[in-house]
Design a protein around this ligand. Structure first.
Ligand code: GDG
Length: 467
């Protein structure tokens, strides 16, 4: 078998399919699009939590790979997913933007569920299979590489972390820090989005793991195993998004939006409703903008699309309340009888053509997270705007991975500095059209040249041990 066609088994918290009224269908996200050829070509498989759906089929029309849905009990979902993954690791890895909850019971369940994932991989592989490469995704499954290595000493194992890796002094707070690092170090390649996360991870390993030798991007552990840290900023299907930009469905949605917003200029936010995304700070900056620059009142609109997320978790329910209170306050202050509200708040997901239409409509796209591993919304906005020959501006937080690639041509901001962010919004609205188009063109070129397919190639190349 040629090396390129080695089968790949993907292990992730979620499966790449969702249930629609018509039955099971492949999910639309960028990761699924990118991994589809990889898992399909070599007869690969995908293992993930079935998300409480009874009977996920092993095959779904339109996706030629084997699906293995893992059923988790209520207690496992609580401890592993809502607890340790989302209330301990998520805030810890995002620089403690809220305080992580340290709860030994959750850790025990996380370990058990990771063991179940590792066992499911082992069950999926034939006893003598040394060809299949296993690619484990994200912070939910940090122990899986070591647990699988014990069962499969010769299997090539990769891991990709979709979120940031924090500085050593933050990661060191976690009581189970050593076990998580040992979990990762059993992989052959560990992927992260940026050089900063790589440096943080290397420094953390050197600081907390005994008897490791760090040489450049490679680490040799006490037992002689070698693992490479591979920097690879994830990206989007740029060609697909460019096509979506002028799709007839997108055009029809855009027509409606143009009728609705008339000649008002639109600032836009698109995020899961998550405290890392900095939505309250963004709303405060909008309020400040309308207060300090009354000439904008009635002439701009701010649209926030907030996709419901993790609403079983208390911090997320509180965030929703905070956001909805702020929206109400701003609209209460600045709406004049007979005129439209300044803030439009949608608490739901929208279709892809509708999303592309909002991207086209926006004069300023506000991507202002307090911390974000990469942020694909920024890349999607730039790609859609450029493909439609529009002239919007990307307002981009310094604290997301995308700032490294796009920061030079975006208008950068510090989301913790609400006054400064409000000034940058005003500045973005005032940028000359030619300047905006040049910035968009440069960013779009970079995204096109480093799309999600290039990202997959880079990660798999390292996993094959070819670099
Ligand atoms: C994690 C990391 C990292 C959003 N609203 C709608 C919708 N979306 C789609 C966007 C985009 C995706 O969701 C969001 O991706 P992000 O990268 O912005 O953020 P996270 O969900 O936090 O993702 C992040 C990523 O993993 C990949 O490694 O970049 O840092 O946190 O693709 O288009 N899609 C539709 N309707 C919506 O209303 N259809």
């Amino acid at each position: 078998m040629s090396d390129r066609a080695r089968p790949v088994l993907v292990v992730a918290n979620r499966l790449p399919v969702s249930k629609s009224p018509q039955g099971w269908v492949p999910s639309a996200g960028g990761l699924v699009t990118a991994l589809r050829p990889v898992v399909e070509d070599g007869g690969g498989a995908w293992i993930g939590w079935d998300d409480d759906h009874e009977g996920v089929p092993a095959q779904v029309d339109g996706l030629a790979c084997t699906l293995r849905g893992l059923r988790l009990s209520g207690a496992e979902v609580q401890g592993y997913y809502h607890g340790f993954a989302n209330r301990t690791l998520w805030p810890l890895l995002h620089d403690l933007v809220v305080t992580p909850i340290i709860e030994a019971r959750w850790w025990a369940v996380y370990r058990d569920v990771n063991e179940r994932f590792a066992q499911a991989v082992d069950d999926e592989l034939d006893a003598d299979d040394e060809q299949t490469m296993v690619w484990v995704h994200d912070y939910h499954l940090m122990l899986v590489p070591a647990m699988l290595r014990r069962r499969r000493p010769r299997t090539r194992i990769g891991f990709f972390l979709h979120v940031p890796f924090p500085p050593p002094e933050l990661f060191a707070r976690l009581p189970w820090r050593g076990a998580l690092l040992d979990g990762l170090l059993a992989a052959d390649a560990i992927g992260v989005h940026t050089e900063r996360y790589r440096d943080n991870l290397l420094r953390t390993i050197a600081h907390l793991v005994a008897d490791v030798e760090v040489v450049g991007d490679r680490i040799r552990t006490a037992d002689g195993h070698e693992v490479e840290i591979v920097v690879g900023p994830i990206s989007i299907d740029a060609t697909g998004f460019a096509a979506l930009a002028t799709d007839p469905e997108t055009e029809a949605e855009l027509q409606d939006l143009r009728t609705q917003f008339g000649d008002r200029r639109v600032l836009l936010g698109v995020d899961r409703l998550d405290y890392t995304k900095g939505i309250p700070n963004r709303l405060e900056a909008i309020e400040q903008l309308l207060t300090e620059h009354p000439e904008h009142v009635g002439r701009i609109a701010f649209v926030q699309i907030a996709v419901p997320s993790r609403d079983d978790v208390r911090e997320y329910r509180e965030l929703r309340q905070q956001v909805e209170t702020e929206v109400g306050r701003i609209n209460g202050r600045f709406t004049h009888p007979g005129s439209d509200v300044p803030v439009h708040y949608l608490y739901r997901g929208i279709s892809r053509p509708a999303l592309a239409a909002y991207y086209r409509l926006a004069d300023v796209m506000c991507v202002t997270p307090l911390k974000d591993g990469m942020n694909l919304v920024a890349k999607e906005f730039v790609t859609v705007q450029h493909a439609a020959d529009a002239g919007g501006v990307l307002l981009l937080s310094e604290f997301c991975g995308a700032a490294l690639e796009l920061g030079g041509d975006a208008v950068r901001c510090n989301p913790f500095d609400v006054n400064g962010m409000s000034t940058m919004m005003d500045h973005a609205l005032a940028l000359p059209p030619a300047d905006r188009r040049e910035r968009l063109a440069r960013m779009a070129r970079r995204i096109h040249d480093h799309d999600v397919f290039a990202w997959v190639d880079g990660q798999l190349e390292a996993l094959r041990g070819r670099r």
